[in-house]
Design a protein. Sequence first.
Lengths: 346, 522
Amino acid sequence: MADAFAEFVNAAKQEPAAHPLDQPVATWTEREVLDGEQVEAGVAILRTRGCYWSIREGCAMCGYFNDTVPGGVSTEALQAQWAQVLPRLAGKRYAKIYTSGSFLDPTEVPLDFAAQAMAEMHAAGVEKVLVESLPEFVHARHMDYGAAPALEVAIGLESATPLVLDKCVNKRLKWDGFTRACANAHTAGASVKAYVLLKPPFLNEAQAIDDAVASIERAAPHVDKVSLNPVNVQRNTVVERLFRRGEWSAPWLWSVVEVLRRTRECGVRVYSDPTGGGTQRGAHNCGECDQALLDGLTAHRLGGPLPAAACDCRGRWKALLAQGGVRRDGAEPWGYRRGFRGGRRF
Amino acid sequence: MEPLAHEGLGRLLELHGRRTPLALGAEAGAKLLSEKALGDGGALKLGRRKLALPSQPLGRDTAQAPFLALSDDVAVLDGAASHDPRQLLAALRATREEAGWRRLLYTPAVEPAEMPLLAYLGVDLFDSLTAELRGAAGYRLEQGDWIPDAGATTAGNRKALAGWLARIRSALEQGRLRELVERTALHNPRVAQLLHHSRELLATLGARRAVEIRAGALSLGHPAVTEWRHSLERFTPPAAGMVLLLLPCSARKPYHWSATHRRFHRTLRELDNWLALHVVSVTSPLGLVPRELEMLHPAAHYDVGVTGHWDANEHAMFGRQLERLRPEDRYKKAIVHAGSASGLLAELLRERGVEVLETGAERPASGAGLGALRAACRTALRGVASLSGRDRSRGEAAGLAQVQFGELAEPLLAAAVQGRWPRLRLEGLANFSPRIGGFALTVQGAAALAAAGGPVIEAAEFQLRGDLFAAGVIGTRGEFRNGEQVAVEQGGEITAAGIARMAPGEMVAMERGLAVEVRNRG
Ligand code: SF4
Ligand SMILES: [Zn+2]
């Protein structure tokens, strides 16, 4: 079956479009918390060769390869991108430098370029920088930058359940590999943030909640914080195919809140900033209560309490969860969240 | 597991004290049991029996074969609720190949409106998941449809669903499931589309069941109707150079028992050489019904309101049926005395180069109509070679046998023909049977067909007293469908002739249930 799944993943993929090599994919700023204080963080996505795993197979929900350059990006081009990113980090204490893969993979982001970027951020007064990496690249020797801001490594755990990783996500991650990476990061003086998925494809809503809760609880002792990532529909992925066919729908915002509620006592900060929240392609509810809940999640992420809201659709969400033990996929009837109002069909 | 009735690809099964099709979670003693470990698929309970379900389709592309997830007892068609019609039919088409006949077929979370059609296409198990969610959203289930109702509940919808399934089972038992399907298709585009795309599947693999067709617009696609129209390709008129006489159909079936057709007959019988007239009735949805075939299903068993208005679909259909009959090669000329359809048919015949006489009678069976018929026949028969009763019977028997048995009719045609239509006999090989509406094979007849490659059921060697049950079936040879005539072979000898009541693979796989309704024993 694993082979058929790999085929499914690869069949969904498309050759990425041609992109200019000297431009970052995107830059923006967002509110963040640093040492208990709200700050403006500078964020950039560098265009790279991308995740080595997505070149072979990739994960069922991940469309990052759409932003990559299959032939690879030279150090000169990375430097050209960096020259545009650096000025936007001026005055920022917190920076997030993403690639569409692993910043710590030296074949994707050459070590000398990484060290240069770190040194320049340090000189610019950035106190903390977040990068992402697969666990296999989290070694002290890949983080040996000399002068650098404090490092935070985000690792996509996705799920702590082997079956889910294997048959729903298609990620070859072993629990030991994950904990070793966390230890390596800590030894190197970095902090660790884990990404946990909410509702990977194929799971139903209730299974998804339980799996996210279990994964967070299991990961908590090894990490410093957890970002709960509700699966959203990215282009040319298995998730997009299932979404189009009506075999999977994005998680409810109620489910996001539920996971956060059930993991309050896990010992580390857990929060969520749902990509595409409030749309069909991201975590959403009935449409009436979505904005209130999204605002509540943002406030929670910045240190506030869990969102509390009431809405009719909560009863429907509960009715769906009640079927968790017998539902065979992540689908629900079209228009159900809206209570079948204003749909083009029942 | 015992099949009690078949319609289309659907089965009424009895097992563990329950009858399928049924909806798990809605009906007493039938429910889904939760999974024990993530993704194990859980189980279902029928009466006191627990049947494991196949594990959840994690990582599976449900649009790729194999389409079914299998456990020992159950085959699950995942994605059935969301597949587009073609995809769903591709999966249903593969059912028996992937799952055999002894697993129950389950389509999870489908809409109640789709259940009659899915049952007709072979699905045994449904569930109450969609009905429950509808209840939570304020919709009540009524006759397979959703009615907004603030008082709707999950429990109420489960109960209504149980009633809906009882209706599906009773329709299947009576051979009226197709009717229920057509009715739900009227206000459900997805069902209509699925039904449309399932025509060919039903016509090639569906059970033939001789119940009356009560026609609506959708009956034009009824598999028995489609099959009928194609069977005209195998038909030949009793003799070359006859005069084709097109008459209107009658409400009463078979036609020749109706008052109007008896009046036609009395009129024709007075004419010299009237045997050279070949009567073909004009009807919707069957198109053309030659007299020899009048007693066959579905010609003898359908009920349509005649409006006297013929639409473009019917126009095209008559065109195709004439193409199959090839009147320009086979008849000397044609008389059209078919009431409201006359103009249309005369035009189609002339387009084919046939010499046509129109009686122009608006009321064909009235005194004036009969007078016009008499006159037209006299004119048309002038100079037409006379046909003896014997030759005519021979030709009629051949036409009927070819339609019934196709190429396999060859050995039957060598027999002497006795009697007069409808009570024709092929000496020693076949006799007219009112129940079949055509020839019923004798044991020798079935053996003659079997020798020519016809269908044979190999049965265990025991004294065959009544019907043949599935437990006694060892194997099958040749091609046949549920509802067709077959030979029963025991120890290398043909010992009986009868009608298959299961599909070939099914009677081999099943351990219980009627396999062959035996009509003649050696
Ligand atoms: S989710 Fe991470 S590991 Fe998986 S393909 Fe995307 S970038 Fe690679
Ligand atoms: Zn709501």
